[in-house]
Design a protein around this ligand. Structure first.
Ligand SMILES: [Mg+2]
Length: 192
């Protein structure tokens, strides 16, 4: 049975925190007229990022959301070894990219990092939609054996937790470099 490998995007295949977050924070602070230090730099959604500013009126919230989710993304180098790894896995496993955020911004990140043609399936969940990546993982894995599936990401409270709960092998890229993931899959018997 084919192995399914599900990759997260942000801080897994692209270094979002270093490359894109500072500018997004600067834009959002400017839109609200507050110092950057007032924002929650670790937030993912606009609500999380602006939470320290207290309740915002609808116009402020709209301006902050426009700034935080600005779909314009600069040229983005994928994480070292990412394209090579995906190229080697292509055709040997079913490759799925699962990401959450503003759909247009996420889609532009995928294109700007040159990752689109390396995946069999790309799933983008809008931050505004109810539900979580758990629902997407369940759908992606339907009809497949979770034990033949691997979830590769950076967030222990998101894709890694949901993947483990479904019975998948999970690989945390904060402790396992992308260049050794092929070895991990081989050792786990998931690659021929
Ligand atoms: Mg991530």
């Amino acid at each position: 049975m084919t192995t399914v490998a599900i990759f997260d995007l942000d801080d897994t295949l692209v270094d979002t925190t270093a490359r894109l977050v500072p500018e997004a924070l600067r834009r959002t602070a400017e839109a609200l007229g507050v110092p950057v230090g007032r924002l929650n730099a670790g937030g993912k959604t606009v609500d999380e990022v602006t939470a320290p500013c207290g309740p915002l009126d609808p116009a402020q919230l709209e301006a902050a959301a426009r700034a935080w989710y600005d779909p314009v993304v600069p040229e983005l180098a994928p994480a070292p070894g990412a394209r090579e790894l995906l190229g080697r896995l292509r055709g040997r496993v079913r490759l799925v990219l699962l990401t959450r955020g503003d759909p247009q911004r996420q889609s532009n990140k995928i294109d700007r990092a040159g990752l689109r043609d390396l995946f069999d399936e790309i799933v983008i969940r809008s931050s505004e939609e109810p539900g979580s990546k758990a629902d997407d993982l369940q759908r992606i894995l339907s009809g497949t054996d979770p034990k033949r599936s691997v979830v590769i990401g950076d967030d222990p409270n998101d894709e890694l937790r949901y993947g483990a709960a479904l019975g998948c092998l999970t690989i945390d890229v904060r402790t396992t470099p992308l260049c050794t993931i092929e070895e991990v899959l081989t050792q786990a018997g998931l690659l021929e």
